[in-house]
Design a protein around this ligand. Structure first.
Ligand SMILES: [Mg+2]
Length: 238
């Protein structure tokens, strides 16, 4: 089979383009400090673990977005044995997070190169609208992306096929064989892209082992490799 030529690239945002962990750690540290709660490596780790579990439950449709906003702080406060109003913490954290965007090393250069080479780029994120819209505006995402799709705004999240339907509508229904989904999450990005019939690239900078059963077509560990992969295939096509 001839190798595919790609012309439309659907990028996950957090921990693929933007360093979400860094922004979350800064926003959370400030929130905890303001509420006189412990800011230690241990307390931050507890939060990140709970947040990860809660997001997975959300992606499995076990909880709603409003429940997610609250539940992670309820569980966190319970875990560290403190009682504060989880609503206030959540609100403050989300505001601080919305003001924070840090690019992963090499990401901007890839976006610049792909854009100037004529690729159509789309940003597809599972995230909260009040966080992602301001973050993406701060980061200047509009200069690269023809459309930005946020799960919270459309009521369905990756890996649900309806999320991809919506993203493909926004993209003007490109031929799936010319599309590529790039993301760090095996559950949402790789599973979602595979199920939708689109080739996938797993962005795996920390060299994690894939125990998920979801097989990406490609795997890269940094943006330089990602750029080489996409540009090579655009020019030679196979
Ligand atoms: Mg991600």
């Amino acid at each position: 089979m001839a190798e595919r030529r790609y012309s439309s690239i659907f990028f996950d945002a957090d921990d693929t383009i933007l360093d979400f962990r860094r922004s979350a750690t800064i926003a959370l540290g400030q929130t905890l400090e303001e509420y006189k709660l412990p800011v230690t490596e241990q307390s931050l780790d507890i939060y990140h673990r709970i947040n990860h579990d809660v997001w997975q439950a959300f992606e499995r449709k076990e909880i709603t977005a409003p429940e997610l906003r609250l539940l992670r702080f309820e569980r966190f406060l319970e875990a560290i044995g403190e009682y504060r109003e989880p609503e206030l913490l959540s609100k403050r954290y989300l505001y601080l997070l919305s003001q924070s965007s840090h690019f992963i090393e090499g990401a901007k250069a890839v976006l610049d190169d792909l854009k100037s080479t004529g690729f159509r780029l789309f940003l597809i994120t599972n995230g909260l609208k009040e966080v992602q819209r301001p973050r993406f505006a701060n980061a200047g995402m509009e200069q690269w992306f023809d459309a930005i799709v946020i799960s919270d705004e459309i009521g369905v999240a990756k890996p649900d096929g309806r999320f991809f339907d919506h993203a493909f509508d926004e993209a003007g229904r490109p031929d799936k064989t010319e599309c590529l989904v790039v993301g760090d999450s095996l559950q949402s990005d790789i599973q979602g892209g595979n199920n939708y019939g689109v080739d996938t690239v797993w962005f795996n900078p920390s060299g994690k082992e894939n125990l998920s059963g979801h097989r990406p077509k490609f795997e890269v560990s940094n943006h330089r490799q990602l750029k080489a992969l996409i540009l090579e295939r655009a020019m030679t096509g196979g």
